[in-house]
Design a protein around this ligand. Structure first.
Ligand code: SIN
Length: 514
């Protein structure tokens, strides 16, 4: 099928929600793995933040989001998202998501760090991501207007005079195919696997960001990467998550000597902002003192019932969380930066929209508030669906599309170069991770440039391009703010309290020292 009216690239929460909201309009969804398998949304242990409880308001939700975002969120966009939360939760209920309810049948809401109210809707404790994805996948499979192409990776966006008109796909054997589309919605997720330790699936490699950047799109806030403080350190890749809600329930962080190290670092101790806790854990590990989550008393005997996913992971590693300390480390968890979009999800390129983690809408600022990511995914997926529904049929020029479809597809086998991926992950972790400085970032940019030259396969080149965007933006921001901590500029600078915008060409200029 060489052409499609609307093509959604990515089969996570944002992509599937957008496809469902567009029904009965015909859409094609392309995903790199069977639906549900390669999507970080399915792994979310938190829930969805929604100010729908008694005494809560979208304004309060906005305020908490702005504080977490460390001064650079787009206030209007945040308020808009908070306002639409209730309607999107209703949509998810209608799609069959079994959110937890209280005895009176109202949605049960719990509290998470940095939220001033109980406003997180969940499913069976820590199963929200899995349950939401299961419900949406079933609904998508039952919707005849949605065609799903699984096991295809998009490696390139094809443009004509600045408008995106199609994509180049590859299957698992490396065979290329082209697909033209009137509108392309990127929903490819984050960048976790550019780092040595991540909580995200292997498909989160920054490919969508790279393709958009190579096509000339503006990338915003690329330097802001969120590291989760409590990935379970049992040598797995990806690293399983021990949800922050455990600390909300009273679990503490201790080092090998049993010292609660966060108490000395922040008045809120374990419930301090995520970046501060991540740096605290990182410091203990760097000092060789170890870092552990102590859940033996709280939640103690309730652990398995309240956190079934985490309990199962611990048991599979021979740990009994009611008796053993859980070893933890910081792990790349979420990218606040991404392809710049406006409030309707439009990117700076005609024909291209972006939603979910690959997008940067201005909602998260320098540090995402817990449980705002699934909310942002559904709010902006619905807005993009509305924007596309307001248009009639494809608005592209037929001639370039026909010429694209007639053109020969260059075929070459997949070229695996695992040493490049490994070196890239180590470089990003060492120099562009929890702590950064100018000298390290310059070194990283040199290494990334050399790896990009050495890369033979477009997928690896794409990983290098995204790494370059992140490192160049991190070098350009000479201050510390939210998830971006520069040891050579350890304070926030009010003069830099704004979002960043960078093209790939500008990032290359920064990398070359111009
Ligand atoms: C967590 O449950 O700790 C993660 C939730 C989130 O990242 O929003």
């Amino acid at each position: 099928m060489p052409s499609s009216d609307i093509l959604i690239v990515g089969g996570g929460l944002a992509g599937l929600f957008c496809a469902l909201k567009l029904a009965p309009r015909r859409v094609t969804v392309v995903a790199p793995a069977p639906l549900g398998a390669g999507a970080s949304s399915a792994w979310a242990q938190g829930g969805i933040a929604a100010a729908i409880g008694e005494g809560d308001t979208p304004q309060k939700h906005m305020q908490d989001t702005l504080v977490a975002g460390a001064g650079i969120c787009d206030r209007d966009v945040v308020l808009g998202m908070a306002n639409e939360a209730g309607a999107r939760i209703d949509d998810l209920l209608a799609y069959g998501v079994p959110f937890d309810k209280d005895d009176e049948g109202h949605l049960a809401q719990s509290r998470e760090a940095a939220h001033g109210e109980r406003r997180i809707v969940r499913v069976r404790g820590d199963m929200a991501g899995h349950a939401i994805m299961q419900a949406l996948i079933a609904r998508v499979r039952a919707t005849p207007s949605i065609e799903v192409i699984e096991d295809r990776t998009v490696e390139d966006l094809i443009t004509h005079h600045g408008r995106v008109i199609g994509v180049m796909l590859r299957d698992a054997e490396g065979r290329r195919e082209k697909l033209a589309a009137g509108a392309i919605v990127l929903a490819t997720g984050g960048i976790g696997h550019l780092y040595r330790v991540t909580t995200n699936p292997a498909e989160s490699r920054g490919l969508g960001l790279a393709m958009a950047a190579r096509a000339g799109a503006i990338i915003a806030d690329a330097e802001f990467v969120q590291f989760h403080p409590t990935a379970i350190d049992i040598g797995r890749d990806p690293a399983p998550l021990a949800t922050e809600a455990l600390r909300g329930e009273g679990a503490t962080l201790v080092n090998r000597d049993g010292v609660r190290f966060m108490q000395a670092l922040h008045p809120d101790a374990e419930l301090a902002p995520r970046d501060i806790v991540a740096r605290g854990v990182f410091a203990e590990l760097q000092a060789g003192r170890g870092a552990y989550l102590d859940a033996r008393k709280h939640p103690g005997g309730r652990f398995t019932e309240a956190f079934p996913s985490v309990a199962q992971i611990c048991l599979s590693a021979g740990l009994d969380p009611t008796h053993d300390l859980i070893p933890v480390c910081p792990a790349e968890h979420y990218h606040m930066g991404g392809v710049w979009t406006d409030a309707r999800g439009r990117t700076s390129l005609g024909g291209l929209w972006a939603i979910g983690e690959v997008a940067s809408t201005g909602v998260h600022g320098a540090n995402r508030l817990a449980s705002n990511s699934l909310l942002e995914a559904v709010v902006f997926a619905a807005r993009v669906a509305e924007d596309l529904s307001a248009r009639d049929e494809p608005q592209f020029d037929i001639a370039p599309v026909e010429s694209f479809l007639r053109s020969r597809v260059p075929q070459s086998p997949l070229i695996a170069q695992p040493h490049i991926e490994e070196r890239l992950r180590d470089t990003m972790t060492t120099h562009c991770g929890v702590l950064r400085d100018g000298a390290g970032l310059r070194r990283a940019l040199g290494v990334i440039g050399a790896l990009e030259q050495e890369a033979r396969d477009q997928l690896i080149k794409n990983m290098c391009a995204t790494a370059l965007m992140v490192a160049a933006a991190a070098l350009a921001r000479e201050e510390s703010r939210g998830g971006h901590f520069r040891t050579d500029f350890p304070h926030a600078d009010p003069n830099q309290a704004r979002r960043s915008r960078l093209t790939l060409r500008e990032a290359r200029r920064i990398a070359s020292g111009l």
